[in-house]
Design a protein around this ligand. Structure first.
Ligand code: TRP
Length: 334
């Protein structure tokens, strides 16, 4: 009975290595909100992953708290979801170490994110950057997660491999997770190089929009967004018009309109009218989120209560798995 009624478990996380972007809102968090009722969800602020790249301590601290405020302002109800900071639940580090010993040098070497990040941080290719996927596997496996909303499928694949390797030796300890591709996933691209995903590590600051950015800045970025030089400046979606298609997608998420409706709305108007209209729509979508997050940031006691409660709930679930793992591998129980 109980087993049949069990809600499926979802785990996902974002690093507080920069401010949250419009891309993470539209591509991830907005979908997370929609999953809250149907699934048991753990949404983590993965500060331990963030230190694989050198951080300024005061910024890291501020961003982790602000990320929680933004999660809540985006609609993630802390009563329905477990919202917590990774470093508050020691089981992540503990299982991370164990899984390091069940993860092969060769498979870590093949991870594209390691290759990317080590070329971007050539002066700090540390061991944590290399074993990052084993810690990520610990995050996921601690909660007996069924589904992981991510866009890097490779990370869920290595997690599955590690879990299966472990289960093959010790029996069914871990649930094998699947990547979750949301039905209405929006993959938001950079405004200045629309062939790349919108990212906080974008070299061109105009390419990335942040949830907490001021309306003026947002408008400026949209007015400068890259389109194309097709004569007529027609607004329609196609693979050759990456910039315009991306802007249409953003507008669609903000307004709920379909691509056809958007094409009709801007018929004959050109990019000069289209780009600021998208900017306005984004400003109005983000305004209530920004204002609510700003309000929450003034209430540190409330945020800290949420974090304590989240850490307690997460630790309860995580420690069950960790105890089982320790027992299976032969650690002495006292
Ligand atoms: N690797 C993810 C990123 O770079 C963050 C992350 C850490 C994560 N642990 C996770 C995502 C577990 C999903 C599940 O954004």
């Amino acid at each position: 009975m109980e087993e049949a009624a069990r809600k499926k478990i979802i785990f996902s996380g974002i690093q507080p290595s920069g401010d949250l972007t419009l891309g993470s809102y539209m591509g991830a968090i907005k979908n997370w909100v929609a999953l809250s009722d149907e699934y048991e969800c753990y949404y983590c602020i993965v500060d331990m992953h963030a230190i694989t790249v050198r951080q300024v301590p005061a910024d890291l601290r501020r961003r982790a708290l602000s990320q929680l405020a933004q999660y809540i302002a985006c609609g993630l109800d802390p009563k329905k979801n477990t919202l917590f900071i990774q470093s508050h639940v020691p089981a992540h580090a503990q299982l991370g170490w164990v899984l390091d010993c069940y993860t092969m040098f060769g498979e870590l070497s093949r991870m594209t994110q390691f290759k990317d990040k080590s070329s971007k941080n050539a002066d700090n290719i540390n061991a944590g950057l290399f074993t990052y996927p084993a810690l990520m596997a610990a995050d996921i496996l601690l909660y007996q997660t069924d589904l992981v909303p991510v866009d890097q499928k490779q990370h869920v694949e290595i997690c599955r491999d590690i879990a299966m390797r472990f289960n093959n030796i010790y029996g069914d300890v871990f649930t094998i997770p699947d990547p979750y591709i949301p039905p209405t996933g929006a993959r938001i691209m950079s405004l200045t190089s629309p062939e790349n995903k919108m990212s906080k590590s974008d070299k061109d600051p105009g390419g990335c929009i942040y949830i907490m950015q001021s309306p003026d800045d947002i408008m400026r970025c949209f007015k400068r967004a890259v389109t194309d030089s097709e004569t007529g400046h027609c607004v329609y979606a196609c693979p050759e018009k990456l910039g315009v298609t991306n802007l249409m997608q953003i507008y669609s998420v903000c307004t709920g309109k379909t691509m056809d409706e958007i094409e009709a709305e801007f018929d004959g108007m050109g990019y000069g009218a289209f780009k600021p209209a998208v900017g306005e729509a984004v400003v109005e979508t983000l305004r209530p989120i920004r204002e609510e997050a700003e309000r929450l940031m003034k209430d540190k006691a409330y945020l800290e209560d949420i974090l304590r409660d989240g850490a307690e709930r997460a630790a309860y679930a995580a420690n069950r798995t960790l105890r089982k793992v320790y027992k299976k591998i032969g650690f002495v129980q006292i």
